[in-house]
Design a protein around this ligand. Structure first.
Ligand code: FAD
Ligand code: SF4
Length: 532
C-alpha cells in the first residue's frame, strides 16, 4: 500500500504531541528520522551535543516502534548514509513515493529551506505545521512587534503572563509586582555558595553508550569530551530532572542566578534547556511545576518569578525574534566587528581565569550558565570586537542546548549588540570589576580587574574602556550608557592613549571579513589573546 503521510521528525522535535502527529494513522502513515553528519559538522559540534541529539533520537525511535508506528530511521553509521537531510529525503521520496510529507516548523531556517527545496524538487507536497511546543505563535509575535522599533522583553512577558494566567491573582501579578530582578542579583561573598544539591545525573544506558562510542570514533577531533555525559535523553528522564530541580535547587535559583563560582558549573541552575529544546519537556509543564511549588509555599516568589520569566518570557521572546527576522538577522553586524575569534575559545588555554573556567567547563560538560555565556565569553568577544558570525558559530557548536532559533538572537542580539538594539536598549558591557563582584574568579587570576593598563591590567577592564572610546558617540546618545561615557570623559588624553595601545596588543591578528565563519577551529596555532 502506498504511504499516505510521512511525518519528518527532526532531532529537536522529539514529541508525539507535535501537530505533525495529528490524525496519525499507523496503518498508512509513517515516521522518517535521520542522523546525518552534516548536522554535526556544519559547525564543529561539541561531542556531547552530537551524542545528546543522537541518543535522544534513538530512544524516541524505539518508543515510537514500541507504540506500533513505522519508523524509517537512518543511523549515522549506516554505510548507505547520504550525509545530509536533502540527500536522505530525496532518496527516501524516490524509493517510497509518499503522498505527503508533514513536519512542524524546524528550529533552524537553513533546515526548513533544505526540506522545502527537496520536497519541491521531488514533487511531493510538504506541509509545515506550527510548532505548538511554544506558547507564542508566529502570528501572535508579529502582532506584538507591529509598529514597535524596539522589542523589549518586559511588555511581551507581561502579556503572556496575563494571557496564560501564570502567577496572577485576578488581573494583578501575584505579590503585587511583575519583576523581582532587584532581589535576584546576589553574589556569594567570600564564603562561597550555600550547600548545593548536585543535579540528578542520568548515566548512559546501552543505547546511549553505543552512541557515545560512535561519536568518539567518528568525531575524535571535535571539541569537548564525553566523560561526564549524563544528560536526560527521554521524556521520563526530563520529568525527573524537572522534579529534582524544583525540589532541591529552585529556591536558591532566584537570588543567585547571576553568581559564578570556580569549579561549580551548575550551581542552582536547572539544566533543563536541552531537554526543553529537544521537546522532551513541555515548557507549560515546567512553568506549572514552578508555580505549583510557589503556591505550596516551598519556594519564594522571587525564585519562582525569576525562573518563569526565563521560560515564559525570554525563551518565547527569543524565538519570536528569530522567526520574525530570519534570514537577514544572521548577517547583523551593527558595530562592524571584525576580529577573529581567539583560538583559546576552543581550548580554554588562556591565563584569564574567568574565561579559562567558563570555557573549560563548556568543553568538559557542554554547559555554561547564562551569566557565564553573557558576561564572560560573550562580553570578552563583544569588547574585543569579534566578528558576529564567528562567535555565533562557536556558541552553536559548543553547547548541548544549542539550536539556532535560541542561540542566534542570544548571541547576535543580547550578547554582541550586532542587531543595533532591536532586543536590548544598550550593549551589555562591563569591566573586569563586574566579574570580580559576581564570582571568585579574579582571586585565582594573574590579572587585576581594577587596572586598565600595565602588566597586570585585566584585559576585560582594558577592553571595556577601549570599547567606550571606540563607540563614544553612540553610547553618549543613549541615556542608559551616558553615565559610563561621563566616566570615560574623566580620563586624560595620555590615559586614553595608553588604554588604546594596551587594547591593540590584545588584537594581534588581521581583521576578518564579517561574513567569514569558522572561527579558527582546526587552526589553533595563532590568535591566542594572551595578555602577557
Ligand atoms: P536556567 O538558568 O535554569 O534557566 C531556565 C530556563 O530558562 C533555561 O533552561 C532556558 O530554557 C530558559 N532561558 C533562560 N534564559 C534564556 C534566554 N536568554 N533565552 C532563551 N531561553 C532562556 N539557551 C539555549 O537554550 N540554547 C542556546 O544555544 C543558548 N545560547 C545562548 C548564548 C548566549 C550568548 C547567551 C547569553 C544565552 C544563551 N542561551 C541559550 C540562554 C541561556 O544561557 C540558557 O538557556 C541557559 O544557560 C541554559 O541553562 P539552564 O537550563 O540551567 O538554565
Ligand atoms: Fe577575568 Fe580579569 Fe578577573 Fe582575570 S582579573 S578573572 S581576566 S575579570
Amino acid at each position: 500500500m502506498r504511504l499516505r503521510n510521512v511525518v519528518l521528525v527532526l532531532g529537536d522535535q522529539l514529541t508525539t504531541d507535535s501537530a505533525a502527529f495529528d490524525a496519525f494513522d499507523p496503518s498508512c502513515d509513517a515516521v522518517w528520522m535521520v542522523e546525518v553528519p552534516e548536522e554535526a559538522t556544519h559547525v564543529p559540534s561539541h561531542k556531547a551535543r552530537i551524542a545528546l541529539f543522537l541518543a535522544a533520537m534513538r530512544h524516541f525511535r524505539d518508543a515510537l516502534r514500541q507504540a506500533g508506528r513505522t519508523v524509517y530511521y537512518r543511523q549515522l553509521d549506516d554505510p548507505a548514509n547520504r550525509g545530509s537531510f536533502a540527500a536522505e529525503l530525496a532518496e527516501f521520496v524516490q524509493t517510497h513515493r509518499p503522498a505527503r510529507l508533514l513536519v512542524v516548523e524546524p528550529g533552524e531556517y537553513r533546515v526548513e529551506q533544505a526540506l522545502r527545496q527537496t520536497a519541491a524538487r521531488c514533487q511531493v507536497p510538504l506541509e509545515v505545521r506550527p510548532d505548538r511546543h511554544f506558547l507564542c505563535s508566529d502570528q501572535q509575535f508579529r502582532q506584538f512587534a507591529k509598529g514597535r522599533k524596539q522589542l523589549l522583553l518586559e511588555h511581551f512577558y507581561r502579556h503572556l503572563r496575563k494571557q496564560h494566567r501564570v502567577l496572577m491573582d485576578g488581573d494583578k501579578p501575584v505579590g503585587g509586582s511583575w519583576n523581582y530582578d532587584a532581589a535576584n542579583r546576589k553574589s556569594f561573598g567570600r564564603a562561597g555558595p550555600p550547600a548545593v544539591s548536585p543535579p540528578r545525573r542520568f548515566l548512559p544506558d546501552q543505547t546511549t553508550r553505543q552512541v557515545l562510542e560512535l561519536v568518539q570514533q567518528r568525531f575524535p577531533d571535535h571539541p569537548g569530551q564525553l566523560t561526564h555525559f549524563d544528560w536526560p535523553v527521554t521524556a521520563a528522564q526530563a520529568e525527573e530532572a524537572l522534579q529534582e530541580f524544583v525540589t532541591h535547587r529552585l529556591a536558591h535559583f532566584g537570588p543567585y542566578q547571576d553568581a559564578m563560582w570556580t569549579d561549580q558549573p551548575y550551581l542552582y541552575h536547572s539544566r533543563l534547556s536541552a531537554a526543553m529544546n529537544l521537546h522532551l519537556l513541555d515548557p507549560r509543564r515546567v512553568i506549572g511545576a514552578v508555580e505549583a511549588a510557589y503556591r505550596a509555599g516551598t519556594v519564594p516568589l522571587a525564585s519562582a518569578e525569576g525562573f518563569i520569566r526565563q521560560v515564559l518570557g525570554w525563551r518565547e521572546y527569543i524565538r519570536g525574534i528569530y522567526r520574525l527576522h530570519m534570514p537577514d538577522y544572521a548577517h547583523s553586524n551593527h558595530l562592524d566587528a571584525r576580529q577573529p575569534l581567539p583560538a583559546f575559545y576552543w581550548t580554554a588555554d588562556t591565563p584569564m581565569n574567568c574565561l579559562r573556567q567558563a570555557i573549560g567547563q563548556t568543553l568538559d560538560y557542554g554547559y555554561a550558565h547564562h551569566i557565564q555565556r553573557l558576561m564572560v565569553t560573550g562580553l570578552y568577544a563583544l569588547l574585543l570586537g569579534v566578528a558576529p558570525r564567528q562567535i555565533h558559530e562557536w556558541y552553536l557548536a559548543v553547547y548541548v542546548d544549542a539550536v539556532e532559533w535560541v542561540e542566534m538572537p542570544n548571541v547576535l542580539g543580547m550578547s554582541q549588540f550586532a542587531d543595533g538594539g532591536l532586543m536590548s536598549s544598550k550593549p551589555y558591557i562591563a569591566s573586569g570589576k563586574y566579574i570580580q563582584k559576581m564570582s571568585n574568579y579574579c582571586r585565582g587570576c594573574a590579572y587585576d580587574p581594577q587596572q586598565a593598563t600595565g602588566p597586570k591590567a585585566c584585559p576585560f577592564t582594558t577592553l571595556y574602556w577601549d570599547f567606550l572610546m571606540r563607540h563614544e558617540p553612540m553610547l553618549a546618545a543613549n541615556p542608559r550608557t551616558l553615565m559610563q561615557v561621563r566616566n570615560l570623559q574623566r580620563l586624560s588624553p595620555s590615559q586614553r592613549q595608553a588604554i588604546r595601545e594596551q587594547a591593540q596588543r590584545l588584537r594581534p591578528l588581521p581583521l576578518v571579513d564579517d561574513a567569514s565563519g569558522g572561527g579558527g577551529y582546526g587552526d589553533m596555532g595563532g590568535g591566542v589573546a594572551r595578555a602577557d
